[in-house]
Design a protein around this ligand. Structure first.
Ligand SMILES: Nc1nc2c(ncn2[C@@H]2O[C@H](COP(=O)(O)OP(=O)(O)OP(=O)(O)O)[C@@H](O)[C@H]2O)c(=O)[nH]1
Ligand SMILES: [Mg+2]
Length: 458
């Protein structure tokens, strides 16, 4: 199914389909791979190594891989050839043997040659964080666009690594995954390798063209939404923060929400009515994660354009997570890389139902992305929803603008709007309509522009 590194295609397709259910959740089945996790602790990494490995373990769990051991090394910088130091690599080989692990997961992206060197020494499959995330993405993608994006990212990731894959496959064929045999077998595979490279490049170009088409289509539907004047709110945040749960609560949607990383991959948009009566469109998007390689962010650019086009952002933070601050920082950085850091934004501190009664006072400093306020919410319990929506309404309404208008009686809805959403300072009923002097939110300015009456006083 995933065309991935990890053996998930051992499940019969009909069983797989059955268990996916209507939300497309992943079937739970016994893990087929056993992994050792490996992390390098460098001075400039913002996360504690154990926290980062905890997250890697969650990723492994999501990919249905059981973790049997961990290994870390403190280094000023990773070793250019083998990522770990020589002694540590030997220790890893021993640990791998004694635990019977079938795969070794590295917490950072490895260069193709590092991967090859480590694999040669260990004799088992070596997977880095990027490949693991790609594997999960491949399982999660449901829409045509999502699948295209994942396939493109996978192909681009694999192209420089094709030699290594061939070595691995040859080994599997000859010695059942045991070390040895790789070097000798590389010769006959060489021509095939060239063919594969060319095919991969052709496929990459083909997918790029297709993605461009989907993108155009998306742009058209976004333009239409814009013409219809619905403000667009994008839910952003770290994976597992509760974005989908929030969208479900607010809109009655049934987006898959579960305690797994990257539950959401394809964006979903639903209508949410704001307190002032405005219909807004909320888009739930892929969650962010630390060490998400720039290549992968780029692959999701089309999807993330939804964020770029949004009128306002709601940054959902799992305030109960030990690394809430680090997670929020990652989200800020990712938004910066998407040029979306100065959009009007509200920070929704979620899962407050899990905090001890006095826990709110200890809430972590999650910084801000141009914040227009913090709201404490529980998406699951529905707490804080009114306040959140009230703030979003203010955000999409924009600043107040002073105007003098003469609104025709035939257009009484505009008078109502003025009273509900703006502030009426003076009002007078005249022969040809209602004269109003007052303040209205920026957002409604286009509606009344026709009736501006600059000279006369109300
Ligand atoms: N206790 C509690 N749990 C919550 C709350 N909101 C979400 N959760 C749980 O947190 C987990 C993740 O929720 P999701 O809504 O899937 O998170 P997400 O941000 O959409 O995650 P991705 O799609 O993976 O990026 C689920 O198990 C939810 O039930 C909340 O307010 N309180
Ligand atoms: Mg989600």
């Amino acid at each position: 199914m995933t065309n991935g590194f990890l053996r998930d295609n051992e499940v019969a397709p009909e069983l797989d389909g059955q268990k996916q259910g209507r939300h497309g959740s992943l079937p739970t089945r016994p893990p087929v791979e056993r992994a050792v996790l490996v992390g390098v602790d460098t001075p400039n990494s913002p996360w504690k190594i154990e926290d980062s490995l905890d997250e890697l373990e969650q990723l492994a769990d999501t990919a249905n891989v059981a973790v049997v051991a961990r290994l870390t090394q403190k280094l000023d910088e990773p070793h250019p050839r083998t990522f770990l130091g020589k002694g540590k690599l030997e220790e890893l080989a021993e640990l791998r043997r004694s635990t019977g692990a079938t795969v070794v997961l590295f917490d950072d992206e490895l260069s193709p040659s590092q991967e090859r060197n480590i694999e040669e020494q260990l004799g088992v499959l070596v997977i880095d964080r990027t490949a693991l995330i790609l594997d999960i993405f491949a399982r999660r993608a449901r829409t045509h666009e999502g699948k295209l994006q994942v396939e493109l990212a996978q192909l681009e990731y694999r192209l420089p690594r094709l030699t290594r894959m061939w070595t691995h496959l040859s080994r599997q064929g000859s010695a059942g995954g045991a070390a040895g045999g790789g070097v000798g077998l590389r010769g006959p595979g060489e021509t095939q390798l060239e063919v594969d490279r060319r095919q991969a490049r052709e496929r990459i170009n083909h997918i790029k063209t297709q993605i461009e088409q989907v993108r155009k289509h998306r742009r058209t539907s976004r333009d239409r939404r814009r013409e219809e004047g619905f403000p667009v709110v994008a839910l952003v945040g770290y994976t597992n923060a509760g974005k989908s749960t929030l969208l479900n609560k607010l809109s009655g949607a049934t987006v898959l929400a579960e305690n797994k990383l990257f539950a959401t991959l394809d964006p979903t948009t639903r209508q949410v009515q704001l307190p002032g009566g405005t219909i807004s469109l909320w888009t739930d998007t892929v969650g962010f994660i630390q060490k998400l390689p720039t290549g992968l962010v780029a692959a999701f650019r089309a999807t993330l354009e939804e964020i770029g086009e949004a009128d306002a952002l709601v940054h959902v933070v799992d305030v109960t997570h030990e690394n809430a601050e680090e997670q929020a920082a990652t989200v800020r950085e990712t938004l910066q890389s998407l040029d979306a850091a100065d959009k009007p934004a509200i920070i929704a501190l979620n899962k407050v139902d899990r905090l001890a009664p006095d826990g709110v006072a200890e809430r972590p400093d999650v910084g801000d992305i141009n914040p227009d306020g913090y709201v404490l919410i529980s998406a699951e319990q529905g707490w804080g929803m009114d306040e959140l929506l009230e703030r979003v309404q203010k955000l999409v309404d924009g600043d107040l603008k002073e105007v003098r208008v003469l609104l025709p009686y035939a257009n009484s809805a505009l008078v109502d709007m003025f009273h509900q959403r703006g502030q009426v300072l003076e009002e007078e009923y005249c022969e040809d309509g209602t004269r109003i002097h007052g303040l209205i939110p920026q957002r409604y300015y286009p509606d009344i522009r026709l009736y501006l009456n600059s000279g006369a006083t109300a």
